[in-house]
Design a protein around this ligand. Structure first.
Ligand SMILES: [Zn+2]
Ligand SMILES: [Zn+2]
Length: 371
């Protein structure tokens, strides 16, 4: 009984006039994607079964012709029954279909090492300038005691009796297309053909040991928090001559209490006394580049924004820098003594409407804040 009613071409993602090679390629790609060892998707297995069934039908000219002409009904009346796949034997199934071990998991072939995740924290100022950070991480490397083969020095692995040292066992399966000779990895030696009776004591037979390492990682100017930097070939060692994995360094940018970062722009607050704001003042403003002198004219208002062009964060892997926007906050006295109260009252008496008159409308000011 067929397991799927869906269009078989659609299942494989190929056109109806696709040739054999295209169909094979499409199935191979899907199979790699949907293999339960690789895919975490809960429906991976059922999707795999569908794809395998589609491949089984479309890779055979007779069943394909039947399907093209009469659809699923044609297959049913033609007596087609999809091969039932034992998911545990998927690797063997590929050997059957493609004459190759698709996943190579059990055979002794070179395997790329796994990637390592590492983290590093930099200050906002360092993120602006770019820096070199020392990143500690752990990676497994080939065991020095056994040279990475997992065999205790001075001993030899013995030949596997079950498979006679070939690492593979053959099994004949019948289906409507004739006999498949399924080759699968020997379970006793896991496809290696040899059995290690004395595993290396340095690595307990795994061939690898975990090593604490450090990397000097270049942090480019303008990096954002959470971004990852890949250092190629510094991760876990590969097996049997395979290349090492990569190290992915996640960069955390420590918040700077003086600044707020918004993309490539920097915001900071400048506190003035109401007298400074009224008479004007020259102040030092903290920026990513250090203190910068800023002249604030008489009559500076709370909420005024002074834009320091090009003093923000550098554009990552680009040109130029963002801006630094200084937001003015004006402090009004909260506690006045007698003398201060008298002076201010006198000041108020000496003031008129013109003292507080706006040169710029509120709307103009709003526009200048976004300039
Ligand atoms: Zn070892
Ligand atoms: Zn064996």
């Amino acid at each position: 009984m067929a397991t799927t009613d869906r269009d078989l071409y659609e299942l494989l993602g190929v056109r109806r006039d696709a040739d054999e090679a295209t169909i094979k390629k499409a199935f191979r790609r899907l199979a790699r994607e949907l293999h339960p060892d690789v895919s975490a998707a809960p429906d991976a297995e059922s999707r795999f079964r569908e794809a395998a069934e589609a491949y089984e039908v479309l890779s055979n000219s007779e069943t394909r012709a039947l399907y093209d002409r009469y659809g699923h009904a044609g297959l049913r009346s033609g007596g087609f029954t999809p091969t039932h796949f034992d998911m545990g034997g998927l690797g063997d199934l590929f050997a059957t279909f493609f004459g190759e071990d698709l996943f190579g998991g059990r055979t002794r072939r070179a395997q790329r090492g796994a990637d390592v995740a590492a983290e590093v924290e930099v200050t906002l100022v360092d993120a602006a300038r770019g820096t070199t950070a020392t990143v500690p991480f752990e990676a497994s490397v080939a065991c020095m005691t056994c040279g990475g083969n997992g065999v205790e020095p001075g001993t030899q692995p013995v030949r596997c009796e079950r498979c006679g040292g070939s690492g593979r066992l053959q099994q004949v399966t019948r289906s409507v297309f004739g006999e498949f000779v399924r080759t699968h990895a020997c379970p006793d030696c896991r496809g290696v053909g040899q059995i290690v009776e004395h595993p290396c004591r340095g690595c307990r037979g795994t061939g690898r040991v975990v090593e604490e390492r450090r990397l000097e990682v270049k942090i480019p100017p303008g990096i954002h928090g959470g971004q990852r930097i890949r250092v190629s070939g510094e991760g876990h060692a590969g097996a049997l001559g395979g290349r090492a994995g990569d190290v992915y360094v996640r960069v955390h940018v420590k918040p700077d209490p003086r600044f707020v970062r918004e993309g490539n722009d920097i915001y900071s607050q400048l506190d003035l006394t109401f007298v400074q704001a009224a008479v004007g003042v020259q102040v030092q403003v903290e920026t990513l580049d250090g203190p910068v002198e800023v002249d604030l004219p008489a009559g500076t208002q709370p909420g005024d924004v002074r834009v320091l062009h090009g003093r923000g964060m550098p554009v990552l892997q680009g040109f130029g820098r963002g801006d630094h926007r200084v937001l003015v906050n004006v402090a009004v006295p909260r506690r006045l003594n007698e003398e201060q109260r008298r002076l201010l009252t006198e000041f108020d008496a000496a003031s008129d409407e013109d003292t507080y008159r706006l040169d710029e409308s509120f709307f103009e000011k709003l526009k200048s804040a976004f300039r």
